[in-house]
Design a binder for this molecule. Structure first.
Ligand SMILES: Cc1cc2nc3c(=O)[nH]c(=O)nc-3n(C[C@H](O)[C@H](O)[C@H](O)COP(=O)(O)O)c2cc1C
Ligand code: SF4
Length: 466
């Protein structure tokens, strides 16, 4: 019988987090092997690589890093006439605010990830694989290095894995601490030793033109762990978890204004926002009411708790869906104008002012823009300057209109999706909380200089024009 220091809620389904916070569990290979570890790799190397990809396609697995792209389909984008080396990269940057699931896997179950990676490398024909870790994960880097050594000693990694004739090496690579290194092409540039300026897509889709311009599969830590379970269960059985087109389990990371924040592994789409926030997270804090939720990491559009949505049924008819009844799956959240993203659910109660929330997000994106393209570089800093003024009471109603127009001009006009990541939260918060934000502005501030420097410039202009 498995026991945990944080017992799972009855609505949880522990597949990937089966060993996280498990009593008596440690990250060593001996512990992993005692629990049946690497059996799925034994099974995988006896299969044809193409059959593994076919099972992953059948499973319906969608990437857990943010975009929710079908994993098996991504693997098939490696050109069939390819003659270059193929690389596999595990994206362990975990930089999306609100997301903290990958760190648990790296710290507590490193061999689950290695097993998933070796199976994936075998399926896609990669002999070199990298685990790219954010700089802020030094402990994870040590644990993964140790786990790779242990796996190599037992012939799960290295030459002729388990006598199959398949060779693979796995290397840990640490970033220098930048959000943009989570974006797959920025990550690849960083891995090549360069400044992590994202590449434009097309043509630089990694599966065709990735690391060193060779086909490269980039998958998230959690996604790669799912692969070993798909091999064990078979694609069809895995697809029975979750709901149609949104299969398997996923780890939700809940932070913010709830009684019991933390991680929860659930079947995709089987839980509504009401069940998550009230049943699993214990409801709002004493005397407080829920106000809004950012459902998939800071880049996803905010949802108001009093909203409802008009959705299309498959037969073309329409139905109403209240916020509380939204099932947490990729498609429904997208239909409600937001996204499931990386699973980071940020909860905001009525003690929070939305100008503060907006400014907090703007500060993050202004700091993290890589600066390669003008709308993002200039716009993210400009948006922060305006929301700074909203927080201090120095903003005018015109500022809100300017802020909204800056966001529109970033959205869709940048090299990478960071542009949307920084502008969507602004667009959504303004659209949904306009009255509250306007109440934080004052018409008397219209045309006022915004800081001492602007004041001095204005004086100079006034004098020189007079
Ligand atoms: C600005 C930005 C930051 C991202 N950060 C991460 C991250 O920290 N971890 C991650 O797995 N994916 C991140 N992604 C998504 C990756 O680009 C990529 O889609 C993902 O690693 C693919 O893996 P998956 O298919 O398994 O989800 C980010 C994307 C953007 C645009
Ligand atoms: S959108 Fe922003 S983060 Fe992405 S490449 Fe352009 S400047 Fe860099």
């Amino acid at each position: 019988m498995i026991t945990y220091t944080k017992p799972p809620h009855p609505r949880e389904y522990r597949l990937i987090f089966k060993n996280v916070d498990r009593v008596g569990w440690d990250p060593s290979i001996d512990c992993y092997l005692r629990d049946g570890g690497y059996q799925d790799l034994h099974k995988a190397v006896a299969m044809q690589p193409g059959n593994i990809t076919a099972e992953v396609k059948k499973s319906g697995l969608r990437g857990r890093g943010g975009a929710g792209f079908p994993t098996g389909m991504k693997w098939t984008f490696i050109p069939s006439n390819n003659t270059k080396p193929v690389y596999l990269i595990c994206n362990g940057d975990e930089s999306e605010p609100g997301t903290f699931k990958d760190r648990y896997i790296l710290h507590q179950d490193p061999h689950q990830l290695i097993e998933g990676m070796v199976i994936t490398a075998y399926a896609v024909g990669a002999h070199t694989a990298y685990i790219y870790l954010r700089e802020e994960f030094p402990a994870a880097a040590r644990i993964m290095e140790q786990a790779i050594r242990e796996a190599r000693d037992r012939n799960f990694v290295g030459n002729n894995v388990l006598g199959s004739g398949f060779d693979v090496e796995i290397y840990v690579h640490r970033g220098a601490g930048a959000y943009i290194c989570g974006e797959e092409t920025g990550l690849i540039e960083s891995l090549e030793g360069k400044r992590p300026y994202p590449r434009i897509k097309p043509p630089f889709f990694p599966a065709a033109l990735g690391l060193y311009m060779c086909p490269t599969i980039v998958n998230n830590v959690e996604t790669l762990c799912h692969v070993k379970h798909i091999v064990r269960m078979g694609g069809d059985a895995y697809a029975n978890l979750g709901v149609a087109r949104n299969t398997g389990t996923r780890i939700l990371c809940v932070s913010g204004d709830v009684m019991t924040p933390g991680y929860f592994e659930v079947e995709v789409g089987k839980l509504t926002l009401r069940e998550l926030l009230y049943d699993l997270c214990g409801g709002p804090k004493d005397g407080r009411a829920f106000k809004a939720v950012i459902p998939g990491g800071s880049s996803s559009k905010i949802l108001r708790c009093d909203e409802s949505f008009t959705l299309k049924n498959p037969d073309g008819s329409e139905r109403q869906l209240a916020f509380w009844d939204i099932p947490l799956d990729f498609d429904t959240l997208a239909a409600c104008g937001s996204m499931a993203g990386s699973g980071g659910v940020i909860v905001i109660d009525d003690s929070r002012k939305m100008s503060w929330v907006l400014n907090n997000l703007n500060a993050f994106y202004a700091h993290e823009s890589c600066g390669q393209c003008t709308p993002c570089r200039e716009g993210s800093a400009w948006m922060k300057k305006i929301s700074d003024r909203m927080v201090t009471g120095d903003a005018s109603p015109q500022d809100l209109a300017t802020l909204e127009s800056i966001a529109w001009q970033i959205d869709g006009r940048t090299v990478c999706a960071f542009g949307e990541a920084s502008s969507w939260p602004v667009e959504a918060i303004i659209a949904k909380f306009r009255d509250e934000l306007l109440a934080d502005t004052q018409a008397a501030n219209n045309g006022k200089p915004h800081n001492l420097e602007a004041k001095a410039q204005r004086l100079y202009l006034t004098h020189s024009s007079s």
